[in-house]
Design a protein around this ligand. Structure first.
Ligand SMILES: [Zn+2]
Length: 322
């Protein structure tokens, strides 16, 4: 009954978006419109993925989790919530994003309405020359120093800056102050949360001419002052031809590249797959599913082991497991 599921992308328009999601990743976007994010897989009170094709077309991810929980999620994915625990998206950072921080699960549970915490990881799909991002505080910056910098409108001066290259991965656990910069096209895996505390918005106004709200007190409260500067992740070789980029208690993120076929052996967990560049084919017990650039799939646990074939040079596939 279950099969590898592709969802209709949920396009989100924020003030920093552009045209890259349409032009590089083939997302549906009318000519004159911009978009900031394409939510590929989401089950949240504020947004729902809908199955795009096959016998389950039209069903929401939330419905599938309720009806097929164990078969969809497997043992490894089922422990956390009655919702799908992860959110996969692409971001077109046409302008700088706000300086922000996300709470952990414990803090987010006390919000009204309660949410999950948000640990996230970025995979840099493309980077214009000179583009940058901020990840973590500079060494020695404590709560007082951060508060003073925010107060002075100089938040960026206490942040650790990176000039990322395509292929880099940056891991942002809950509590890490961060901002993506203009000129980056990013794949992001995160907990299925939509709680952001903004520290600084570059003195901009939103579409309504008003500054977007800041949440300075909450941001200062949830910031992890021991985390320090955050640098790019170092890939680790894994079995089946994969390279591990992130391994945390919320998800693992692996990358496949330059191998003809990447193996995933039998196990009891779902996978998310997305192809930031190139062309791949998922081969599973029930058949083959093609994956063009910018496309994503949820492979239900019940589908078992599978193989991902990279169909052209330069193809990159990202695999996320619970
Ligand atoms: Zn964030």
């Amino acid at each position: 009954m279950l099969y590898p599921l592709e969802f209709v992308p949920v396009m989100q328009d924020y003030l920093w978006g552009g045209r890259q999601l349409a032009e590089v990743l083939g997302k549906p976007l009318p000519d004159s419109q911009r978009a900031a994010e394409s939510w590929e897989v989401v089950d949240h009170a504020e947004a729902q993925s809908v199955v795009a094709s096959g016998p389950l077309a039209g069903k929401t991810l939330g419905e599938l989790v309720r009806q097929h929980g164990r078969d969809l999620l497997g043992a490894a994915g089922q422990s956390t919530t009655e919702r799908f625990p992860l959110l996969l998206k692409y971001l077109d950072c046409n302008r700088d994003l706000s300086v922000q921080v996300h709470p952990d699960d414990r803090y987010a549970a006390t919000l009204d309405p309660p949410d999950l915490g948000k640990t996230e990881a970025w995979y840099i799909v493309d980077a214009q020359p000179g583009s940058k991002l901020y990840a973590g505080l500079k060494s020695g910056v404590d709560r007082e120093a951060l508060a003073a910098a925010v107060q002075a409108g100089q938040t960026d001066r206490v942040l650790h800056e990176l000039q990322p290259q395509p292929g880099d991965c940056v891991f942002i656990p809950a509590g890490t102050v961060h901002a993506l910069g203009a000129g980056l096209l990013v794949a992001e895996i995160q907990q299925a949360s939509n709680t952001t505390f903004r520290l600084f918005d570059w003195n901009r106004v939103g579409p309504d001419g008003q500054p977007r709200p800041l949440h300075i007190q909450q941001a200062l409260e949830v910031t992890d002052y021991d985390r320090g500067p955050v640098d790019r992740q170092t890939p680790q070789a894994e079995e089946g031809g994969w390279q591990r980029l992130v391994d945390c208690d919320k998800f693992t993120l692996q990358k496949g590249q330059g191998e003809d076929a990447l193996e995933v052996s039998q196990r009891d967990a779902f996978s998310l797959l997305t192809v930031p560049a190139g062309k791949a084919t998922l081969v599973w017990q029930g058949g083959r599913t093609p994956l063009a650039a910018g496309r994503s799939l949820l492979v239900p646990a019940v589908c078992g082991g599978y193989e991902v074939r990279l169909d052209q040079p330069g193809t990159v596939v990202l695999r996320i497991d619970p």
